[in-house]
Design a binder for this molecule. Structure first.
Ligand code: TXA
Ligand code: MG
Length: 307
């Protein structure tokens, strides 16, 4: 079943039911090397999936759960290798959305859930987005409205030595995290080779991709009335009438607002008649880092379809 969270919609199943978990991989066409996040209603159920909680992880839990933070922790041996892709660790989070937490509470089990999109495609931030891509492949969507955060959780791995490593930038900013635990190890939030070493197997260079080729530019293309061009812009642009479709993510230049609108705007551009999408990088601070990560992957994901 798909359900709303504060980040993006998830496609959930009982983390202890191998058949349910296999069904998630099947519906998403997700490769089995890419492990799932296990969602809990509260910290009392942590020992079901996690072997122990390193001290540094406890600090993060106390400060940021429930919320858009996923922690990769030593796993409990009973948890299926299908959930964790055979890794000795498990990714866990407690979502903040009341609907998500009520679903987990009422089902009485930890819920394994990736984002509810076909593998590599744009993540869903409304129930309709889920239906658009997965209708016929899933049984239901719990509609919780638009996702407040709008991009996936930040994924961190925590070790007993106190090291905290960024595996995926997301809805909780590095600045907020470092305020609590000091400097963390920042793996480049871009482009890992698909065949290269994968400390977080989901960090593929190509992801979150529209079908329409997307290019990151420093200046908007100068053109007279080119209706084949689409623009994805953080803030309002000059002469929007020159382009076929313009999506402005925040009139006031607010990064949280832009983040909340990002995936939906990318989908609208993809569904519009434009044949090329242009975007500029976001300021590399706060949520801008996570948006740049998604933008680069989206561009990498479309670079092959342009020829
Ligand atoms: O906001 C979110 O995190 C959403 C909502 C539904 O909670 N979920 C989500 O799941 O984005 P998914 O499957 O699309 O992304 C999970 C990420 C992947 O990059 C995966 O490789 C990483 O977490 N991951 C999961 N388990 C891991 C592990 N044991 N070690 C390293 N990375 C792991
Ligand atoms: Mg995903």
């Amino acid at each position: 079943m798909a359900f709303a969270t504060e980040t993006v919609y998830g496609l959930g199943g009982n983390a202890f039911n191998t058949q349910a978990v296999a069904g998630i991989f099947e519906a998403k066409q997700r490769p089995h090397f890419d492990p799932l996040i296990v969602h809990l209603a509260d910290t009392t159920s942590l020992p079901l999936v996690v072997n122990h909680v390193p001290e540094v992880a406890q600090k993060l839990i106390d400060r940021f759960w429930p919320g858009p933070l996923t922690l990769v922790l030593p796993k409990q041996p009973e948890l299926s290798d299908l959930v964790t892709a055979g890794l000795p660790s498990v990714a866990v989070r407690i979502p903040a959305h009341p609907l998500a937490r009520e679903l987990i509470r009422q089902s009485g089990v930890p819920i394994a859930a990736p984002s509810a999109n076909p593998f590599g495609r744009i993540s869903p931030t409304t129930a309709q987005h889920v239906i658009d891509f997965l209708e016929g492949r899933i049984d239901a969507v719990l509609d919780g409205g638009n996702c407040d955060v709008g991009i996936e959780s930040t994924v961190l791995s925590c070790s007993d030595s106190g090291e905290v490593r960024l595996l995926r930038p997301g809805g909780l900013t590095i600045e907020e995290i470092e305020e609590v635990v000091g400097p963390i190890v920042r793996q480049q939030p871009t482009i890992l080779d698909q065949n290269g070493p994968q400390s977080s197997p989901g960090m593929l260079a190509q992801h979150y991709a529209p079908r329409t080729p997307l290019q990151i530019v420093t200046d908007w293309p100068q053109t007279e009335d080119d209706l084949a061009l689409g623009v994805l812009s953080f803030t309002p642009i000059e002469n929007p009438e020159r382009y076929g479709q313009v999506e402005v993510l925040s009139e006031s230049g607010s990064l949280p607002e832009a983040t909340a609108h990002f995936f939906a705007a990318l989908r609208r551009l993809d569904e519009s008649p434009v044949t090329r999408i242009f975007a500029k990088a976001f300021p590399e601070v706060g949520l801008g880092r996570a948006l740049n990560d998604r933008l680069h992957r989206a561009a990498a994901g479309t670079s092959h379809s342009s020829h």
